[in-house]
Design a protein around this ligand. Sequence first.
Ligand SMILES: Cc1cc2nc3c(=O)[nH]c(=O)nc-3n(C[C@H](O)[C@H](O)[C@H](O)COP(=O)(O)O)c2cc1C
Length: 182
Amino acid sequence: MNDLIKMIKDRASIRLFTDEPVAEDMISELIDCALAAPNGGNAQPWHFVFCTDKAKLKELEDSQIAAIKASGNEKIIALQVARNWKILFNAPLVIWITTKEGKSAIDAGIAGESMVLAAQSMGLRSCFIGGASSAFHGPDQDKWKALFSIPEGYEVHCGLAIGHPDQENTPHALDYSKITRI
Ligand SMILES: Cc1cc2nc3c(=O)[nH]c(=O)nc-3n(C[C@H](O)[C@H](O)[C@H](O)COP(=O)(O)O)c2cc1C
């Protein structure tokens, strides 16, 4: 098993980060790795918003927590209790992954995984946070899009929380029933 394959197999989502910021040179590498991803027809339909502004992130997290508490949805509330009411997990860097409206999210997802693996190779850890992106589709979407400088005409598919890990996690089991060989 080579180093890259080991890294892919060792990866697990991390849901608690230290206060240590992500260094600028690491952010530059993440930017390059996102932009280097394969994409349909080399149309590069994406835009990535790299946010290290903790006040903005806290505002979004506080709003989402309040909405979940008000929802009365027991399943989601139980999940949040298990996660100590953290949605962004104290991540010092959150990347909003967007594509032009109507364009496939696959390109953006591939770029996201490139950043996940690049982050891991630099000692960082990550967690995709699709739940947080619901703010960009709700009634206050204009406010959140403006706060996070989402370009006009772009759809937010997912967030990606990145930072230095403050917990450990083990990779999920591989389910070979999901594979068919013919
Ligand atoms: C598109 C996508 C959205 C996700 N959204 C969330 C999320 O909102 N909150 C969260 O804690 N984890 C989220 N995750 C992480 C998954 O829960 C995690 O990848 C899955 O449980 C498998 O665990 P692993 O990443 O540790 O292998 C998301 C993952 C993906 C790929």
